[in-house]
Design a protein around this ligand. Structure first.
Ligand code: URA
Length: 205
């Protein structure tokens, strides 16, 4: 034992990871983005919620799920008895990807190479938080976490496993609900999303 030496084989803490991620150049998305949007929530949260990537509002504020999709998630989670504040909330990709159209920045889907470059951070977060359950919201998170790119609509509302053997529950992304043009379908799909979040809460109890 050598007193005074840093314990550099200890797992990095979340604040350390977030600081390191702010200097990430593993893929080209860091350049046009305003800042990294790292995960946030309790360091030992029982639940880790994973979305796709930050949007315009998240890019500006530096916090995950604060825009329209995040507000819908908060609302439905509250209805389902799931407390967002108890969850560690993050994204599969940690920089906003967009094309500029006049004054608007239009969200672009991350490429497979960007998702796989960013998976390094997601796996660091998984090891650090060590949640009992992971909630994948949408196809990007599901693919990144499981390695299986099969369609999400056949896999939703069910338990799977992450690459490293953790329990993972599958649901749709709240943005999918916001985009549904048909009001009846939006209502029924939102109800199913609410049921999924209730299941997640039950699994945690
Ligand atoms: N959509 C996501 O997937 N993540 C966010 O943080 C915001 C919107």
């Amino acid at each position: 034992e050598e007193p005074g030496l840093p314990l550099d084989d200890a797992a990095p803490t979340l604040p350390q990871l977030a600081r390191d991620a702010s200097a990430c150049t593993r893929c080209p998305l860091y350049e046009p983005a305003t800042q990294v949007v790292f995960g946030e929530g309790p360091a030992n949260a029982p639940l880790m919620v994973v979305g796709e990537q930050p949007g315009d509002r998240e890019d500006i504020s530096g916090r995950p799920f604060v825009g329209p999709a995040g507000q819908l998630f908060n609302e439905v989670a509250a209805q389902a008895g799931l407390d967002r504040e108890q969850a560690y909330v993050t994204n599969a990709v940690k920089h906003f990807k967009y094309v500029q159209r006049g004054k608007r920045r239009i969200h672009q889907k991350p490429a497979a190479s960007e998702i796989s470059a960013c998976r390094w951070w997601l796996e660091q977060e998984l090891s650090s938080v060590n949640p009992d359950l992971v909630l994948a919201m949408g196809a990007t998170a599901l693919h990144a976490l499981t390695g299986n790119g099969a369609g999400i609509l056949k896999r939703r509302s069910a338990l799977e496993q992450t690459r490293d053997g953790r329990d993972l529950f599958v649901t749709v992304h709240p943005s999918y609900l916001l985009r549904l043009p048909d009001e009846d379908l939006r209502e029924s799909e939102t109800a199913r999303f609410r049921d999924d979040l209730s299941r997640v809460q039950e699994l945690l109890e």
